[in-house]
Design a protein around this ligand. Structure first.
Ligand SMILES: Cc1ncc(COP(=O)(O)O)c(C=O)c1O
Length: 418
């Protein structure tokens, strides 16, 4: 008999992921009043996962098509999907596409795109690699992903605790001071967790500073369609940066906007600057970048999964289904908006202390409530209402049956625990 070499000294216990820990606590809660406002997944008014009708049609089309199969994809993914995804995020008339300045690789959803982009930067930029700046706050996984690939993470202010708004001036001045070639992570739309995006004018100013200071923007786009309800409006920032003709990266996820969460459908796009003297220099750069990204992808996952990409490809490439998808997106965005309004109205009716109009001024799947950790814990303990300890609620978890209950719960904890 041998004893394991994986002793506690060798493999210590890793801390639980706070989000997944909360979800486990929610599942274990036996109260029939419990409400899940934890994770960013869309739910219908019955609190059920929503299979988008358009995705069901794509699945039916997939079943009917005798030529489809489950073979391995190329390392960079399904071409009909990656090309359509490129057009969706950059715009069909994008100068970057026309000038062949984009390298696109299918990834394990948005998480995989953020990871592969980070890994590419860590391996290929100067030694030591540049710093990567994240907004405070940001998606809970960003820091872990970028630290894991060996990038040094720094932070720029994003949300002001005093004003409860975008901390624009401090954001700009921190970004301006970042050393050249630093990477600036930006949420393309529907910022997670605050639900606060820069205005178009602010985006232009951010772009100008990034341009002048020689920084590399890395857009994380996990909610295209959820900010405004329109796919084409939600890529304003990306299109504006593209017009500047600078190097940039984009992580694109289809988890939320196609409801393909578990299928892991996404892309990484690397766009090269437009300033090369001739087209040969651009195509050389794209060829080299493609070769490096492919080598990284090959060593990590060999090739990406096929099924979800096929469904996305059918939706994106079939005009009638593409149109129908816009309606499905509107359905989700509108229901979330109604829930924002309902919660605000119910809190106003109760006279709950606080500034609840921000529930409707914020956008996307999340509302950043400014509830304290103590209040969040009380909501969980007394009312069985679950949200993350930063006070973020996933508005998609609200519905016509639980929203008044949630308002009463919030009213109670706000009054009792100041
Ligand atoms: C800002 C942001 N980026 C990336 C992701 C990754 O999502 P997925 O890997 O499901 O595409 C999420 C998911 O919540 C997110 O909120």
């Amino acid at each position: 008999m041998k004893s394991t070499i994986f002793t506690e000294d060798v493999v210590p216990q890793a801390p639980d992921d706070p989000h997944y820990g909360l979800r486990a606590a929610f599942r274990a809660d036996t109260s029939d009043q419990k409400v899940d406002l934890i994770i960013g997944v869309y739910r219908d008014d019955d609190g059920k996962p929503w299979n988008l009708p358009v995705v069901k049609k794509a699945e039916a089309a997939f079943q009917r098509d005798a030529t489809r199969n489950h073979e391995y994809l190329p390392i960079t993914g399904l071409p009909s999907f990656t090309l359509a995804a490129q057009k969706l995020i950059l715009g069909t008339d994008s100068p970057a596409i026309k000038e062949n300045r984009v390298c696109t690789v299918q990834t394990i959803s948005g998480t995989g795109a953020v990871h592969l982009g980070g890994l590419f930067m860590a391996r290929n930029l100067s030694h030591p690699p540049p710093k990567l700046y994240l907004p405070t706050p940001t998606w809970a996984n960003h820091n872990g992903i970028f630290t894991n690939v060996g990038l040094t993470v720094d932070w720029y202010p994003y949300y002001s605790l005093e004003t409860k708004l975008l901390d624009f001036d401090r954001m700009i001045s921190t970004v301006r001071q970042a050393p050249p070639h630093s990477i600036i992570l930006l949420h393309a739309c529907a910022h997670n967790p605050t639900g606060i995006d820069p205005t178009e004018d602010q985006w232009k100013e951010i772009a100008q500073v990034i341009y002048e200071t020689n920084l590399i923007p890395f857009f994380d786009c996990a909610y295209q369609g959820f900010a405004s309800g329109s796919i084409s409006k939600d890529n304003f920032a990306i299109r504006h940066f593209i017009e500047l003709g600078i190097d940039m990266l984009i992580a694109q996820s289809f988890s939320k906007n196609l409801g393909l969460y578990g299928q892991r459908v996404g892309c990484l796009h690397i766009v090269v600057a437009s300033g090369q003297e001739d087209g040969t220099a651009t195509s050389d750069a794209i060829k080299r970048i493609s070769s490096q990204v492919s080598a990284l992808q090959r060593a990590e996952i060999s090739n990406p999964p096929i099924y979800g990409a096929q469904l996305a490809s059918i939706v994106l490439n079939t005009p009638a289904l593409f149109e129908e998808w816009q309606l499905d997106l509107r359905t989700m965005a509108d229901r979330i908006l109604q829930m924002r309004q309902r919660l605000m109205r119910d809190l106003d009716a109760l006279g709950t202390p606080g500034q609840w109009d921000r529930l409707v001024s914020q956008i996307g799947m999340f509302a950043y409530t400014s509830l304290t950790v103590a209040q969040v814990r009380e909501l969980r303990g007394t009312w069985h209402v679950y949200l993350t300890e930063d006070g973020r609620i996933s508005v998609a978890g609200l519905n016509t049956r639980n929203v008044t209950y949630c308002a009463q719960a919030i009213d109670d904890v706000v009054r009792r625990i100041g």
